[in-house]
Design a protein around this ligand. Structure first.
Ligand code: MG
Length: 375
């Protein structure tokens, strides 16, 4: 690994784990976090969870697993450029979506709605819950017992009310401080990844067209570059050549602008970073172009009537599962029944949030279908 900046996160100077453990051998603490995340149950389930398209609609669309890998790849590239800790951004990237419900945004909104009276449901907070409590793998503690720095990065947003209950990792929201640059990088790598792969998946699904995308400046400009260089190019290769240029353009802009921001503030330590404004960011012009692309995706893809139909179905499944389990916790597996004795609604939310798309669909059939179903 190239030399780290003094304001990067250093594993040797970690704020530590919730339960003290001997230092790892042959790897640093952030590598250990990453390894624990990859071996977790929640990580394996990402393969069968989706963002926009429901899992059974096709094998070519991104799942949360491939999304998380793309985020890790983009984030590592940026981190290396800025002399930040690559292992930490990788750990945060691989864990950042662990708390997502089945069926992407639709599932999360529905579960949040169901949990409104009980403190709500936030997927970032749920990701932290997964690594702090819900994974059961170790003899001496619940969760994965990750370092403070990885947990800080996972908790991207959080309501003030929840922040108050979280202790150390929630404090920055109350004090209006920033997380490490590694956390900031991963957050924007997430944005670069999903905007671009949603363009790709959107085109592949046929829900949006190249023609429509030429109204979006950032896409149109890179498409024109490709067409100028390869006038005969068509189909998937034309799309890929355009998307890869967009990703590269965004990464280069982010690295340049962030380097300038850092140079201006002259931080010396990670504590300086936490007390400065956010330093990782796009230039203003590019931020606006990204924003335009996001607006386009929201109106043309995420609210496409065919996506709305999937979302409506997904919401119904989540709502009805929630209602039936709240009404009778005896219908949940033993582990969740037990947890329901101390906090019923949170146990139901944990059970539903942990489901993959296909598990939720099967569970719905098992509970509601009139025809005979294997139990
Ligand atoms: Mg994400």
């Amino acid at each position: 690994m190239p030399e780290l900046a003094s304001y990067a996160a250093h594993p040797a100077a970690t704020r530590g784990r919730r339960h003290a453990e001997p230092a790892p051998q042959g790897r640093n603490d952030f590598q250990r976090d990453r390894d624990r995340i990859i071996h977790s149950t929640a990580f394996r389930r990402l393969e069968y969870k989706t963002q926009v398209f429901v899992n059974h609609e096709g094998d070519l669309f991104r799942t949360r697993l491939t999304h998380s890998l793309e985020v890790a790849q983009i984030a590592r590239g940026i981190a290396r450029n800025l002399a930040l800790h690559e292992d930490l951004v990788e750990a945060i990237a691989l864990a950042h979506d662990l708390g997502h419900t089945p069926f992407g945004h639709a599932g999360q909104d529905a579960l949040n709605q169901c949990m409104k009276k009980f403190g709500g449901f936030e997927h970032n907070l749920q990701s932290l819950r997964v690594v702090d409590f819900l994974e059961q793998r170790y003899a001496e503690f619940d969760g994965l017992n990750l370092t403070y720095e990885t947990r800080e990065g996972i908790l991207k947003h959080c309501s003030l009310q929840n922040a108050r209950e979280l202790g150390e990792v929630g404090e920055r929201f109350l004090r209006k401080q920033q997380p490490s640059l590694e956390a900031q990088v991963t957050n924007l790598a997430d944005e670069i990844a999903y905007n671009n792969h949603d363009v790709d998946d959107g085109l592949r699904s046929g829900l949006i067209s190249l023609q429509q995308l030429t109204e979006v400046e950032i896409f149109a400009r890179h498409l024109a570059q490709v067409q100028q260089k390869y006038p005969e190019l068509k189909g998937r290769r034309l799309v890929h050549e355009t998307v890869r240029r967009m990703i590269n353009f965004l990464v280069v802009d982010l690295c340049q602008q962030s380097s300038e921001n850092i140079a201006k503030v002259k931080p010396h330590s990670i504590e300086d970073i936490r007390n400065s404004p956010a330093l990782i960011g796009f230039s203003e012009a590019v931020r606006q172009q990204q924003h335009e692309l996001k607006r386009f995706l929201r109106s043309e893809l995420y609210q496409h009537y065919r996506v709305n139909r999937m979302s409506a179905k997904a919401e119904r499944i989540v709502r009805e599962l929630f209602a039936v389990f709240i009404d009778d916790t005896g219908l949940m597996p033993d582990e969740f029944q037990q947890r329901a004795q101390t906090d019923k609604s949170r146990a139901v939310a944990d059970y539903i949030a942990g489901m993959t798309d296909r598990y939720a669909i099967r569970e719905y059939r098992r509970l509601f279908a009139i025809e005979e179903q294997p139990l």
